[in-house]
Design a protein around this ligand. Structure first.
Ligand SMILES: Nc1ncnc2c1ncn2[C@@H]1O[C@H](COP(=O)(O)OP(=O)(O)OP(=O)(O)O)[C@@H](O)[C@H]1O
Length: 285
């Protein structure tokens, strides 16, 4: 399987933080969700991928090209959306299109106009009059309108309402449909990732905790809820992490079907990505 992005052994040291030997890849045609608590290292990973910060070590390949010797033709094939707009506030979306068609050889004006109206962005109003959400939507439209092969979004949907986010998730799914386009999206809104991501990469304190298919997480992971006596009887090898809240123990397990059979008296429920993250980060093991 071709990979749109391959990261091997990425390391970046700051005085109080180390992004430590990160490795994962994005198969072509897939959406990868990057999750982790504030300060986990998501933006450091994204900025390293984009060459915005200098990595200390590791290899990053985008669309088969090493980023250390990247040329402009490859850069054009990467669409980027950050949490914030970088466009001149005096421009209108129509004027912005005139600027961008000189920058991107693959700029698709009809598609851009189509996306502006699909997301309800006023084409002839100055960007400075836009709300934060409207600016974010414009950044997303611009990223799509130069037909990138790889889209990278860092916390790009957090300021958007659920209805707009739903439209954007549909755009993501349409984008990867032909198996040649791929998306890396970092987000704290894990319910969005549950809807669209194929893989989840979980970073905690600069290290990768896991890189798994979303289906594995949602179909197999589970939480056992039980009292003290039942907790003591649970095989410690089955426990990924646990925490106690009031009189209830919550235990994260990797195979909830097996847990149901093995512990018939316990309540075993599916785990959301948020709960999996919470138990890994705050739970004991
Ligand atoms: N230029 C810098 N100099 C020193 N430390 C930095 C720098 N940039 C980031 N860091 C540190 O690196 C760590 C990871 O930051 P990063 O922005 O990658 O986290 P994140 O997972 O994107 O967090 P958030 O969800 O809050 O955006 C933090 O402790 C941050 O303080």
């Amino acid at each position: 399987m071709n990979a749109a992005l391959t990261i091997t052994g990425l390391t970046k040291k700051y005085s109080n933080f180390t992004l430590d030997n990160i490795s994962f890849s994005i198969p072509s045609g897939s959406i990868v969700g990057l999750i982790g608590e504030n300060g986990a290292g998501k933006s450091t990973t994204v900025n390293s991928i984009l060459g915005l910060i200098k990595k200390d070590s590791g290899k990053i390949m985008i669309l088969g090209h090493d980023i250390d010797s990247f040329d402009y033709a490859v850069k054009e094939k990467v669409g980027v959306v950050f949490d914030g707009s970088n466009f001149s506030e005096e421009l209108t979306p129509i004027k912005l299109s005139k600027v961008l068609c000189n920058i991107y050889s693959s700029w698709d004006k009809p598609y851009y106009n189509n996306l502006l109206s699909r997301l309800g962005i006023p084409a002839s109003k100055k960007i400075k009059t836009f709300s934060k959400g409207m600016k974010m939507k414009l950044s997303i439209v611009v990223a799509f309108a130069h037909h990138p092969h790889l889209l990278i979004l860092d916390e790009a949907t957090s300021g958007l309402d659920p209805i707009v986010r739903d439209d954007i998730l549909d755009m993501f799914l349409e984008f990867v449909q032909d198996e040649e386009h791929s998306i890396l999206v970092s987000s704290h809104i894990t319910s969005d990732l549950e809807k669209v991501a194929d893989y989840i990469v979980f970073i905690h304190a600069g290290k990768i905790i896991f890189c798994k298919t979303k289906d594995e997480l949602l179909e197999y992971y589970g939480i056992i809820k039980c009292g003290a006596a039942q907790f003591d009887a649970i095989d410690k090898n089955d426990i990924i992490a646990y925490r106690k809240q009031d009189y209830e123990w919550q235990i994260l397990v990797a195979n909830r079907g097996r847990a149901v059979k093995k512990y018939p008296k316990a309540i075993v429920i599916p785990a959301t990505i948020d709960e999996i993250m919470l138990l890994y980060v705050k739970g004991e093991n």
